[in-house]
Design a protein around this ligand. Sequence first.
Ligand code: GLN
Length: 448
Amino acid sequence: NTSYDRIEEVDDQVKAFLTLDKENALEQANELDNDTTDRQTSRLFGMPIGIKDNIVTMGLRTTCGSQFLRNFDDPLYNATVMNKLNAQKAVTIGKLNMDEFAMGSSNENSGFYPTRNPWNTDYVPGGSSGGSAASVAAGEVLFSLGSDTGGSIREPAAFCGVVGMKPTYGRVSRFGLVAFASSLDQIGPITRTVEDNARVLEVISGLDENDSTSADVEVPAFTESLTNDVKGLKIAVPKEYLGEGVSEEVKASIQQVLKVYESLGATWEEVSLPHSKYAISTYYIIASSEASANLARFDGVRYGVRSENATNMMDMFKLSRSEGFGDEVKRRIMLGTFALSSGYYDAYYKKAQKARTLIKNDFEAIFNDYDIVIGPTAPTPAFKIGEKTDDPLTMYASDIITIPVNLAGLPGISVPCGFSEEGLPFGLQIIGKHFDEGTIYRAAHAYE
Ligand code: GLN
């Protein structure tokens, strides 16, 4: 009830939710009130949570922020992460707003309405998991799940002053996450504190026979790595992450962070990730190519809204897609289809795959000598609503420091590290080795 009261109080302004599930949630909460057995054993007993709307929830509308799916009210199964959260007795409050099909960095591509930044509602909350970050920052839920393909958990977490983790690719099952770019997507937790984050990741991680890319790797007790001991930790600071386009305020916030780590006994050195400059172009070829294939399933036949204006089959496909998808989604489908077409495959897609390998190798070389890589999460704090909507390329640049992490499949977190002059939060990004979320949490908790 407290969650719904809070939502009633603030969601008119924040607009984090697309769908609420009040009746079910209250019923579940009542049951838990009378429950004496599970209270001890359930790790998320009674916690109010919100779920990004591209994660499939049985019987609860799942729109992916798209008008195409505005009537997808009754999904027939739960994503694996939902089953895991339910097993630990978390209570789902509702579904959270996002950029359509997770394509965007500001929530302005939502097919419904933009979510606003709770710190200042003239500003964007970031994206694409903007609703997930804003709902936690506004105190509407205790934690939320987001998804991150190129920064969509970390950038909104930074803009809203909360903690967001993109786990190692394969750590968390993607079964039931509506695919944007399958080789990059990961689900992860957005929380207020590092400790909560570690706790939720423990619950949602692990091998899943329904997702062949989920990894058969042991899930350590991440909460046990929160020792605050970072003595001797070796930190790499890529000069590319503090270069052109990064605001002076953001650079200064990272200098402060480094001082804190020094005082805690860690050491840092400047390094170079020379192929970072290719990350954005590489990402937009690969992500759009995968999206163009993944989104082919939205044809007006199986789910979603079918155009009423068609008189034959081809028109039904065409019109359903033209009417259902927004501009950004169409742009990505066209770009991806072009990059994959036979005459251009070698020039674009294949080349992008090669660049991806180089970016990955850059990180591998660094991780031979260092434990973590740090930098800002985003080049600037949150920007004003409407500021970048006319220019997709400047919008794409917001992810310049988060995208390389997805291309390399590495884990990365954003934790709050101060405020701009305007009172908007900054995020510190900590990147770790594959499946070494434990060290990231240790470093993040020591700083927090
Ligand atoms: N902003 C990036 C994009 O538009 C990343 C989105 C994401 O991580 N889902 O593709």
